[in-house]
Design a protein around this ligand. Sequence first.
Ligand SMILES: [Mg+2]
Length: 211
Amino acid sequence: MREDRKTTRIMLDMDGVVADFTSEVLSRANRMFGIAIPDEVTTWGFEEAGIGITAEMLDEIYADIKATPNFYEGQKPLITPREAVMLRQLTESSQFDVYMITARFRVQGRSVVHQCQNWVRRHIGPGFSVIVKRDKGTLCRALGIDYVLEDSPVYLDGIIKAGTNRAYLIDRPYNRDSSICPRVKSIEEFVDIVISETEGTIKRETGHGLL
Ligand SMILES: [Mg+2]
């Protein structure tokens, strides 16, 4: 018998990776200030995107989000149904632990963790750990995270400096000026990388390919 390998630990960011935060801001900008919703936002800061949102408007938009009860439970998913299946299959294998690590701020209603858990269970499935923490680098190191998927070059910088080597930036219009680490076009591409690099482990575990 081979010695059991260590569980492969995967970290996914929530906003901008699995959940659509941008559309929540843009829909409020439209409703509250009559700003036309652009096809895409190509800067990290909404107030720098040249779409008419000022810093003062953004303060009011964030105040509205914070006053929306259980805001995080209502966000639209960015993941496809196929990607949801892929993520579920990761959690169903004993070889993987999947963590959603988010720096989300508090809003009205249930705790951020509780809202995130409800959202993940509804749109993806059970079996995910949700942690709310701003210092993602220290947390990833403490958890022994092997693979990271983020949309923020700033968080990735902290995560990589803390020692996580297999970090990936998910391609979004607002992060295209970053070359901090390898870029993937989708969650599917990221999961394919994780699976291909750990395929032997999965085959021993399940007797067949994961997907
Ligand atoms: Mg994010």
